[in-house]
Design a protein around this ligand. Structure first.
Ligand code: GTP
Ligand code: MN
Ligand code: MN
Length: 603
């Protein structure tokens, strides 16, 4: 595990912090969440009674619930997400910034009396197993029972964490209100929220303050706010990495085990890949995490990784038997669904669960669904919240506090052109360059031209709590440290989304991605040949049986085609993107881009 934590400003005592906020927010009552099943059951029951959530038919979906959000509170609001560092340049050009004292003053105004007529829940939580060397603690104050129920699935909550904090462990304060106080006699709505929203992070004092939203990453503060934005700052200071990555174990037919972490941007296939059922017989994949991974150089000199979460908050639409049967099996019960459609038999449905929609659906807004309306029955960002332990492919030791040793890191994106199905980085520095230049097309790239690229370095664009240029530098440094101990993982880039000139996917994806994973593992084991290309090493002819995946010779060639003109045009776009970081950009990143241009034959 990393060196001892860097000193930070002393945190207020837990009780003082709660007292201050009770005085400011004026809740009717304060309830401590103890982590017991009985308390959670009672809370869910109360929410059903109050009409905040719907209990699904237990014959179809035992102990499961449907929540419908306000139609204006359906996703993370990046435009209202702020990094409030003392200096603007420490937030960097890719984050929204506010001066911390001015932000605090404005928030104090918004929070004054914000919990009138409501309950303040005190929710101590642990990211990672309680007591683990890599684990970190926080306490969320919230007036949303939905958030309490979600956090109780997504993290370890309750008395075991509180005991650690009382014994002196450091913790991150995370204050949250939906911002909808109730006047005496005022009738409540099912999903209270406020049109004004703020999701604020104070990296120097390691605090989170969120106002106005009850949805996902805006409100379940343990997830993106803590485990990525604040944790990335802790990781920088303490010598580890907090990443938007899935974590899996793959066992080859000879029984050898390999551990892989992979960063793909939001909605680019992490949950699917984490639950892969390989099309290749004899290869077994076990899930360790589907969204966030913390990695730290271990005492053995290798990078070790844990999934700091305890559940999945996955995208529902597109999750079906043909694409992700493991997820479908995970959701048999004990699940909170948000913004999916309701069937007349009291079960749920979303686009892609089955090929055709059942009759008589109630849509995510709570209205009878008209298939002819052209509107989806489930919101495109509708989600399921379920415990990781319920996943059939979860590794038996998924919550081992010591984590697993990382053999390879994969970066992926959604690219119609230019990025091959799979590429092996030349070395760690080249791998960092691949991570730094992850992008997706805003519009599909036409042949030989370049669509506008949405850059999402390391899939962390909305989640890095400090200057992204410094973050690239931190990755380079971690590599230097691992090199000294011989523990540098191999780095790969994958792209399941390359398209032919006719707009078709060239690669079938999903279970067939197991063939690519197998090649990566055979490379790590030194058993598979590769060919050099300007963008990195690709599978040598005959090392992946693409015909068995139903891919034609012509499509396979297209999946790896190097279009020098298009790649050089992309290099220009990369230059322009990197210019945003000015002098702060590590020299190695420019060096890698120059090397790429040279290999592409540019004079
Ligand atoms: P977040 O949870 O928002 O961070 O996203 P995620 O990275 O977990 O994405 P997810 O696995 O939910 O997949 C998003 C979309 O990509 C879904 O519509 C999937 O069906 C689709 N998808 C996943 N894997 C593949 C693949 O191999 N090929 C193709 N064509 N689509 C895929
Ligand atoms: Mn995510
Ligand atoms: Mn996911």
């Amino acid at each position: 595990m990393a060196a001892s934590p860097a000193p930070v400003a002393p945190v207020r005592s837990l009780d003082d912090w709660i007292d201050e906020n009770v005085e400011l927010l004026q809740p009717d009552r304060v309830v401590w969440i103890d982590g017991s099943r009985a308390q959670l059951d009672a809370l869910l029951h109360e929410m059903v009674e109050e009409g905040r959530i719907i209990r699904l038919n237990p014959e179809h979906r035992p102990y499961s619930f449907l929540a419908r959000s306000d139609p204006d509170d359906v996703a993370r609001v990046e435009a209202r997400t702020f990094i409030c560092s003392e200096q603007e340049h420490d937030a960097g050009p890719t984050n929204n910034w506010r001066e911390p004292e001015a932000m605090r003053a404005e928030l104090r105004g918004l929070f004054a009396g914000a919990m009138r007529g409501r309950t303040m829940y005190v929710l101590p939580f642990s990211m990672g197993p309680v007591g683990g060397a890599l684990s970190r603690y926080g306490v969320q104050l919230t007036d949303s029972a939905y958030v309490v129920a979600s956090m109780s699935i997504m993290t370890r909550v309750g008395d075991a964490v509180l005991d650690r904090i009382r014994a002196g462990a450091r913790w991150v304060p995370a204050l949250h209100s939906v911002g909808a106080p109730l006047e005496p006699g005022q009738e409540d709505v099912a999903w209270p929220s406020n049109p004004v929203k703020y999701i604020c992070h104070f990296p120097e004092t390691r605090e989170i303050i969120s106002f106005g939203s009850a949805y996902g990453g805006n409100a379940i503060l343990a997830k993106k706010s803590f485990a990525l934005r604040i944790a990335s700052v802790m990781a920088r200071d303490e010598g580890w990495l907090a990443e938007h990555m899935l974590l899996l174990r793959v066992t080859d037919p000879r029984g050898r085990r390999f551990h892989i972490a992979a960063a793909f941007p939001s909605a680019c296939g992490k949950t699917n890949f984490a639950m892969l059922r390989s099309a290749l017989p004899g290869w077994e994949v076990e899930t360790l995490g589907d969204d966030i991974t913390w990695l730290a150089p271990g005492s053995d000199g290798r990078l070790r990784a844990i999934n700091p979460e305890a559940g999945f908050f996955g995208v529902a639409p597109g999750t079906g038997r043909d694409t992700n049967p493991t997820a479908v099996d995970t959701l048999w019960g004990n699940t909170i669904f948000t913004n999916v459609a309701l069937r007349p038999d009291g079960d749920v449905w979303w686009e892609g669960l089955t090929a055709t929609a059942p009759e008589g659906l109630i849509d995510w807004r709570g209205e009878p669904w008209d298939a002819a309306s052209g509107r989806p029955a489930a919101h495109p960002n509708s989600r399921f919240t379920v415990a990781a332990s319920q996943c059939p492919s979860i590794a038996a030791d998924w919550d081992d506090p010591n984590g697993v040793p990382i053999d390879a890191i994969i970066f992926g994106g959604r690219r119609a052109g230019n990025v091959p199905l799979v590429v092996e980085a030349r070395d760690w520095e080249h791998g960092v360059f691949l991570g730094a230049t992850i992008a997706s097309e805003r519009t599909a790239a036409a042949e030989g031209t370049l669509g506008e690229l949405r850059r999402d370095p390391f899939a962390m664009l909305p989640f890095c709590g400090y200057n992204m240029a410094d973050y690239f530098g931190h990755w380079l440094e971690v590599g230097t440290r691992l090199r000294r101990t011989g523990g540098v993982p191999a780095v790969y880039q994958v792209n399941w989304f390359r398209k032919g000139a006719d707009g078709r996917w060239l690669w079938p994806g999903f279970g067939e991605n197991g063939r690519v994973l197998a090649w990566i593992v055979e490379r790590i084991a030194g058993e598979a040949p590769a060919s050099d290309t300007p963008v990195g090493k690709v599978p040598a002819v005959g090392t992946i049986d693409y015909r068995a995946a139903g891919v034609s010779d012509a499509d396979w060639e297209e999946l790896f085609r190097i279009d020098e003109a298009a790649l050089l045009a992309e290099a220009d776009d990369t230059d322009a993107f990197l210019d945003r970081f000015g002098d702060r950009l590590p020299e190695a990143i420019r060096r890698q881009l120059a090397g790429l241009r040279e290999r592409l034959g540019e004079r």
